[in-house]
Design a protein around this ligand. Sequence first.
Ligand code: BES
Ligand code: MN
Length: 458
Amino acid sequence: MTDQRQAALEYAHKNKDRFLAEFKEILSIPSVSTDPVHADDVRKASEWMAAQLRALGMQKVQIFPTALHPVVYGEKLDVPGAPTLLIYGHYDVQPTDPLDLWTTAPFEPTVRGDDIFARGASDMKGQALVTLKSVEALVKTGGMPVNLKWLFEGEEEVGSPNLPKFIAEHKDLLACDLAVNPDAGILGQELPTITYGLRGLAYFELRVTGPAHDLHSGIFGGVVHNPANVLAELIAGMHDAKGRVTLPGFYDKVRELSKAERDEINRVPIDDGHYLKNTGAPALYGETGYSANERAGARPTLDVNGLLSGFTGQGSKTIIPAWAMAKLSCRLVPDQDPEEVHQQLIKYLETHAPKDVRWELQVHAGGPASISDRNNVGVRAMGAALEAVWGKRPFFRREGGSIPVVADMQQLLGVESVISGFGLPDDNVHAPNEKQHLPTWYRGIDTFIHFFLNLKPA
Ligand code: BES
Ligand code: MN
């Protein structure tokens, strides 16, 4: 091992407790991006990130305001001949509801056993700190082996509405050889993973309205069409008996899996039992003809994310509701286009919605899927880094979640991302009792030390 490799790893191990103390600091800031009440906390989190970059000796550290939450930038470009990496992270988090299901308060980070519990611990303040602390270890033991740029956003959990514009307007500032995106996880404590594909997202809100106001269901039942009944029928028609989505043309552009890719996906040692255990569902469901791993990573879906209509309080109330609403979203795969899926949904509704109700469709933020080259220098450097720490070759996986910035960076900057983070499937991301497994987090810091050094020019 080179001297710096050894020294940086030792530095990281000696500073474990302080790293954890700083992790707790950022986890204590309730930076919930979707909630206007927390706008000031999101700003505080952006300042915390900027302060970290300054402490690392980054230059041009700047907080750029956007129409919603700020972008944080910093750079250190003092290694001639070495590649320039753009490290991405988001410092915002999901809301905490249902709050009563948390064992300890979401913004009072608490270590229990090997885990630290807090909103954002795994998604993704923990992963952002992995990059910051691995860089610290290198800066303090001889300096960075590569050039760095950083881009932290505060809007990822609301679909990054202002990020594409920021990237498009700062192409020169963000120009780089490779992007690094740790906003994803590994498959298990002993299953080092590189994510090479992500699904895209198309998110909608569908509202069906009927009568001008709620009606007595005895006086008017049988006379007007009930919007809740209509919405339920429309949703039920969106899948066929084989679990396939029925929007017209939905599968036209879906890139089919090659035999080689199917083999690779199915080599991942995760089976139906894993999905049963991690979901708690009584049985699995999905498109026939594909394994669960294939369905979760490489096939598109349509799901209801929320439903609201009529009387939902205690007891009973006999009404025909005036309206019904559903939040619907599709996870997309290459080469589906979110706007085309929007048009397909409109066509479906025009064909199937009865004329005795009105409907309205609103679009929320989303983005296309992405797939990256499994053989670029960054992926090879990450593969070797994971192998150095875990002692085994990493698995390659197509992730079912979405990180729209990866496609934005491909399209706007022409750069590939290396996607590797250290969350685990049972981290309860977006759910109560989110956690980060600390031994895996420390291994993540070691991995990134190796990764940066692996990219140092010979
Ligand atoms: N970190 C996740 C994406 C992710 C999820 C990666 C699971 C790996 C495993 C990210 O913060 C996220 O939740 N993204 C949203 C995107 C949406 C708001 C546009 C998602 O996937 O729902
Ligand atoms: Mn995330």
